[in-house]
Write a protein that binds this ligand. Sequence first.
Ligand code: G3D
Ligand code: MG
Length: 177
Amino acid sequence: MSDDRRLWKIVLVGDGAVGKTSLRKQYLGQGFDTDYLSTMGADFALHDTTIENTQIRWQIWDLAGQPVFKDVVRAYYTKIFGGVLVYDVTRRQTFENVEKWLNDMWSHSGREKNVPVVLIANKIDLREEGAESVSSDEGKALAEKVGVFFLETSAKSGDGVDAAFAKLGNLILQYTS
Ligand code: G3D
Ligand code: MG
């Protein structure tokens, strides 16, 4: 690792089973480098990439389950550069919890201003017309209201996944420069 490679800690947040771990695996591919910190209930993976000619190393934190201790949550969010906030378009409750996750992340990040966040509508391969499914327009409207970027993905097919991490990288570059 060259000394000028930037290390960016980011977190994956959102309700259980929305697809956080699947998105991470889809982005990193097989054989990704991972460290399991089972006692903390979280693990992280490292991934080197280039964003706008800048070499960066992602440190992607992924909560294994619901954190029991406040200290765990604080350690998880401290000094993040950004976040990927995920909901499941087939389960409206996961969409309704988005603002709660966003406020938790922002209030615990220890940063002076809100860190960049990409809001992800995941499982679009399963979306059906109907009241239970969350539409694109609803996702866009919420993202606009809270001031984050919006993207749709399928962690199953891979659609949108690389774009989501690339977008977050662009936003972090703007934030840090
Ligand atoms: P989490 O880490 O947020 O808890 P997971 O979520 O990544 O563990 O995913 C929960 C379940 O949803 C998994 O199913 C996973 O395969 C599925 N899933 C995640 N993303 C998608 C998607 O985009 N499309 C579809 N069709 N399924 C998805 P299982 O059955 O393995 O528990
Ligand atoms: Mg998971």
